[in-house]
Design a protein around this ligand. Structure first.
Ligand SMILES: Nc1ncnc2c1ncn2[C@@H]1O[C@H](COP(=O)(O)OP(=O)(O)OP(=O)(O)O)[C@@H](O)[C@H]1O
Ligand SMILES: O=P(O)(O)OC[C@H]1O[C@H](OP(=O)(O)OP(=O)(O)O)[C@H](O)[C@@H]1O
Ligand SMILES: [Mg+2]
Length: 285
């Protein structure tokens, strides 16, 4: 039987969340820490542990069928490769930053300036789109130090909390792109392995929906039920069950994590009591 070959980052910022996602979709992998390849023991899947930056080429060549990779790397090195799912972790942006003391009004101020970056294709594309010519210095890491040592006037690098920029006296001026981990697919994937990938994607979607939602249980006096139900979105409509105490009901529903506090405040105002909130492992709609 055919096995889907999936690449994940060997070590670094994506590794832990990628492995947790595979675990959460029920895939169990036997791997010694130093193995570069491991098989799932309950699913037709082989995991390849690779450098994130090398993954686009492996996808292009069909050495792997799919990968969990930063969208920023795909844009930089694999613009021809499709992704089928955003995975919601390793969120960051690729931005232009300049020393705090330098003036910057618009992208034209970068004309003829020296820009240090590990993302030359992304930067060149952005400059071209804006009709600006600049001089790129390609470095592989510690990009934020470049202006302080006189190597560049500006940088383009990953920003998340902004603390690395702050520590280096740099200020973010333009966001070139937003990134997060994605599930990317090789253009050469076979029909058989595409079927396996579809199953994985379906499982990932149900885990991601679960992570984005909360299961809420509450008690309410029957005369307040209509008002309370109006506040609740629910998957279809909330479940209402009678409590042992006369005149009271228990209401069960699913709410979006982002709307959570607003909804809870409103429920309390409308007379809900004993509100319980539980995590959801998976959600199949
Ligand atoms: N500070 C950050 N916050 C959130 N996500 C980040 C951050 N830095 C990097 N990322 C994301 O995680 C990915 C992997 O970053 P990491 O620094 O672990 O690897 P790398 O050194 O770029 O790659 P390689 O695996 O090729 O050595 C990046 O491509 C980006 O998508
Ligand atoms: O905005 P922040 O939260 O400070 O994150 C941004 C920093 O994180 C990444 O570096 P990383 O720590 O991955 O080190 P690396 O250069 O070795 O990849 C990135 O290259 C930035 O330097
Ligand atoms: Mg990094």
């Amino acid at each position: 039987m055919s096995k889907l070959k999936i690449a994940v980052q060997k070590s670094g910022r994506l590794n832990e969340d990628s492995m947790r996602l595979l675990k959460d979709i029920g895939i169990s992998i036997d791997n010694g820490k130093d193995q570069l390849k491991a098989s799932a023991n309950n699913f037709p899947l082989e995991v390849f542990y690779l450098r994130n930056g090398d993954i686009p080429q492996y996808l292009r060549d069909g050495v792997v069928d799919a990968a969990i990779i930063g969208k920023n790397v795909l844009i930089e090195k694999g613009n021809d490769i499709q992704f089928v799912e955003k995975l919601g972790f390793s969120k960051c942006r690729v931005s232009i930053a300049l020393p705090k003391s330098d003036k910057y009004n618009s992208i034209e101020d970068l004309e003829d300036k020296r820009i240090a970056t590990s993302y030359p294709n992304t930067v060149n594309q952005f400059l071209k789109k804006n009709n600006v010519k600049a001089d790129l210095h390609i470095i592989n890491g510690s990009v934020e130090i470049a202006p302080n040592i006189g190597l560049a006037d500006a940088i383009v690098d990953i920003v998340s909390s902004g603390s690395t920029l702050f520590k280096n006296n740099l200020v973010e001026k333009e966001v070139i792109l937003n990134s997060e981990a994605v599930l990317a697919v090789s253009p050469l994937i076979s029909a058989e392995n595409q079927e396996i990938l579809n199953k994985i994607q379906f499982r990932i979607q149900s885990v991601l929906k679960g992570r984005a939602s909360k299961y809420v249980l509450l008690n309410a006096p029957n005369d307040k039920l209509d008002d309370i139900i109006k506040v609740l979105p629910g998957m279809k409509s909330p479940t209402v069950l009678p409590l042992a105490e006369k005149g009271w009901s228990s209401v069960h529903t699913v709410i979006n994590k982002n709307q959570f506090w607003e909804i809870i405040d409103e429920l309390k105002l409308k007379g809900a009591q004993g509100i319980l909130v539980c995590p959801i492992e998976k959600m199949v709609l």
